[in-house]
Design a protein around this ligand. Sequence first.
Ligand SMILES: CC(C)(COP(=O)(O)OP(=O)(O)OC[C@H]1O[C@@H](n2cnc3c(N)ncnc32)[C@H](O)[C@@H]1OP(=O)(O)O)[C@@H](O)C(=O)NCCC(=O)NCCS
Length: 227
Amino acid sequence: MISHAAGAQADVEIRRLNVDDLDLFRDIRAEALQMHPQTFGSPEEDDGGEPMMAAYRRWLDGMILGAFRCGSLMGVAGFYVSPDRRSQHRGNIFTVYVREEGRGKGVGDRLIKELLAHAEARVEQVHLAVLLESTAAINTYKRNGFEIYGTDPAAVRIGEATYDKYFMVRKSAAKAVPHGCPAWSRQNRRGWLRIIGLNGGTARLNPFALPVFPRQYAGKTTMRTGR
Ligand SMILES: CC(C)(COP(=O)(O)OP(=O)(O)OC[C@H]1O[C@@H](n2cnc3c(N)ncnc32)[C@H](O)[C@@H]1OP(=O)(O)O)[C@@H](O)C(=O)NCCC(=O)NCCS
């Protein structure tokens, strides 16, 4: 059995990549694209050349972690939050790849753990999409608290073949906030019971009673309207 203990990859250093790592990143991503075309790819990479390099510079300006052994880049994993104001509570994991010779030693697991530590302070939930057949990746994500919430049928087509993907999410308990509608807590139940005068099982209208709303909902009267 493969150990995920710290000792299994104690010689691996994980650090944030930046634009100075552009060549290293381009090389490992080129390998990932070639080995797993069903998993990786973007319109900029289809175009190649300057559009692709511009995309990589943008990614490296954001949050891409690299795992190094003896100075060689052996794995990467990235995280981003969409600029859409309505999606600021969600983050996304992408470009998760460990070179074949480094696999099964817990490097992928460590990359994901460090990305999640970064995400924890910023978002309430982290999303990703993964091919159904990527068992090693799915195991790594499940081990780190992700669960499958849906399937994207024929998410990718290459030639005649189509590939489904799972959508996975990891929700953070720490960042959960109340939605626009207040929860039916004991405190606001007491408030409503006082308004209608329902005390000890006797129903009568109580015109003098004032509603007692939980303080945490003061001023929060908006409803969420999804579109
Ligand atoms: C997914 C991936 C990043 C995992 O990296 P890793 O460093 O091998 O990850 P870990 O060592 O933490 O564990 C991966 C799982 O695969 C298992 N595994 C066993 N032998 C393995 C091998 N030779 N190669 C890869 N994984 C192996 C591990 O035991 C572990 O499973 P477990 O949870 O049941 O113990 C890597 O396999 C990879 O790059 N795959 C191809 C690209 C890909 O699918 N990326 C995900 C995109 S969403």
